[in-house]
Design a protein. Structure first.
Length: 180
């Protein structure tokens, strides 16, 4: 059972769902005002459960797509990201809502946002389930944030350690013995 590897549950499934209802409402109000049909773009793979939870609550028209990016250099991201899998739809002259699991240093979202603007997107907004502000090195503004988390390695609800634990329905802190 993967739940045995969890030290502390930080956010329960109920807390996450409740917050997703609030976020979806806030996002919906903004897009209704703007009258654009955005492309909701999930960054694979961490955003999948969060994105599913959000989009089923949107009542405005939107399209969805996915892309996968990674930093050029192993463990610590170095500010340059490469596209491993690009989205299928064109972002030219489109409003984009980027969906991410967590904003850590901020490098990934900062680079991806720049990429979209260079490709001619008219408007790029960001929604992230989690924010770890203590780790920020790039000044990136996420338009919508689910929860702030402390500087701990968290897994579940899309977030992984070595590709595991993404399927946990809650967010927890991993036991140290698992990664030490
Ligand atoms: P940056 O630093 O560019 O990176 O904001 C964000 C990416 O780093 C990963 N990340 C985590 N993944 N638990 C995870 O499972 C964490 O606590 C964590 N902190 C950062 C994540 O892939 C995110 O997309
Ligand atoms: Mg990620």
């Amino acid at each position: 059972m993967i739940s045995q590897d969890i030290e502390t549950v930080l956010l329960t499934e109920e807390q996450i769902e409740k917050r997703c209802v609030e976020l979806a409402k806030q996002i919906e109000d903004d897009y209704n005002k703007e009258g654009e049909v955005p492309i909701v773009v999930g960054l694979l793979r961490g955003s999948v459960p969060f994105m599913a939870e959000l989009i089923k609550r949107f009542t405005f028209p939107c399209e969805i797509d996915f892309m996968s990016v990674s930093s050029y250099d192993g463990t610590e991201s170095i500010g340059d990201v490469k596209i491993d899998k690009d989205m299928d739809l064109s972002s030219k002259e489109r409003a984009i809502l980027l969906v991410e699991d967590i904003v850590d240093t901020g490098r990934t979202l900062s680079e991806v946002k720049k990429m979209f603007i260079n490709k001619g997107a008219t408007n790029v907004k960001i929604v992230a389930l989690l924010d770890k502000p203590s780790r920020r090195v790039v000044d990136i503004h996420a338009d919508y944030i689910g929860f702030e988390v402390p500087n701990e390695f968290v897994v579940g609800y899309g977030l992984d350690y070595n590709q595991k634990y993404r399927n946990l329905p809650y967010i927890g802190i991993l036991k140290r013995e698992i990664y030490e």
